[in-house]
Write a protein that binds this ligand. Sequence first.
Ligand code: SF4
Length: 408
Amino acid sequence: MPSFTSSSPSLSADANAIMFMDERERARILAKAALFSPPSATLPDGRRDLVGLSREEITDILAEIGEKPFRTKQLWHWIYHQGVTDFSRMSTIAKPLQEKLAERFIIGRPEPAMVQTSSDETRKFLFRFRDGQEAETVYIPDRREDRGAVCISSQVGCTLSCTFCHTGTQKLVRNLGAAEIVSQFMAARDSYAEWPSLKGETPRLLSTIVLMGMGEPLYNYENVAKAMKIIMDGEGIGLSRRRITLSTSGVVPLMDRCGDELGINLAVSLHAVRNDLRDQIVPLNRKYPIEEVLAACRRYPAASNARRITFEYIMLRDVNDSDADARELVRLISGIPAKVNLIPFNPWPGSDYRPSTRERQAKFAEIVMNAGFASPIRTPRGRDILAACGQLKTASERARAGQTATDE
Ligand code: SF4
């Protein structure tokens, strides 16, 4: 936030008004998120899922069955460091207690309803949750290193309807709970047999998280934040905040909170440099226009030269890819520690956009790079299995859409 001195009472009043409006807007967003809450973490048979609970919550429910707080640390280690899903494998816990725990709790995973591996080794999971809802998770191996990123979904469907995005054509069904967000990562690790967690900085395949799957993570902030705190806990999965990136379309009131509370990396889906165009491509722009989004980036606490903000820019032929667009982009982000990811558009059935030509992409990248910003042109990954950026949409929803089209 801008700082104002007490010697300028009118500015101070303005600052208060802005803070009050932000507070009100934050409360509105969180209240709306609650309308799309995930189902209860308790199974019909009364057992409770331990995944997705904070340490304090685990301690509380253990107290209800007469167990001491030190058990939380033990359980945490087995669940998040060793990755076990079966209480009988917890060798530091006596058998009678293992049985008592198994009667009351589970260590849940979503069901992998479909797993597809692309010719480029990108792997897409369609995970089905307990109420039958599904979301997609993608593992994207890094070609140069023996590691990669897990792209995690935060909602089933999305409210934002970005016009280049296939996922955005699937209406929001509900938010994912903290358990469902954490367990996407855990289930992906299961698939690569990456348990137990290694200590320290030893590279692993699944070493990075990008919250860029289905949904707008800041519209499900509470569950996303809880999940990321669990994933960052050093006695469990222990992923550093530097290895987690949250991608937002620019939900300004929650960008500050994300920076303050989580300190993870930020990526912003910019995609246009004029408000009239961004209103069309990213309709959320009508609420939070470019200037407000960039102001929130300038004050994002976790941004520095070592941890730059990533601006995502989808390259749409003859729409947003001119030299003038590139120069305006450079002007807009000047002074922000930033890099620009140029994303070739991945066509999908029903979309009117076309990808920019290779020459255009290269010229655009050159202008941005000459201004001092890294501007890699991303290689689309997993195109053959519809796992590339903006292509996610659950298989069941695709099937339904196909059915509707046939019915019509
Ligand atoms: S780009 Fe992200 S926010 Fe926009 S519609 Fe797609 S999933 Fe939603």
